[in-house]
Write a protein that binds this ligand. Sequence first.
Ligand SMILES: [Zn+2]
Length: 127
Amino acid sequence: MSGIAWTREHRRRFSRQVAEAHRAGKYAHRLDWNGGHPANWRGGRKTHHGGYALVSAPTHPYADSQGYVREHRLVMEDHLGRVLLPTEIVHHINGDTADNRIKNLILFDSLVGHLKHHREQRRKPCA
Ligand SMILES: [Zn+2]
């Protein structure tokens, strides 16, 4: 986690960004963050050493410095029809970080909730 404090101001700016993305039609094809190449949604895909898949999404608001976003987050965003907040955590139910089927994913609204779940399940954090 980046450790940014998620303020009301961030939230307000973020909502505007999402609204603008909607207007620009960026949500038309599976939350296309790939510069207008919806068919290549999974084109620029690579595996992170942490075991999860990264997808090329250079126009995504939370892409890393190389323009990649973790695939499980994109899958959840696609499912919800909105961009995840940086504070939200996508959990892999079966613990396999490479298994990004929507039925293997659940959303926690914070790191705290996610870690609590792992403590209860006695499993290592998966995100
Ligand atoms: Zn988890």
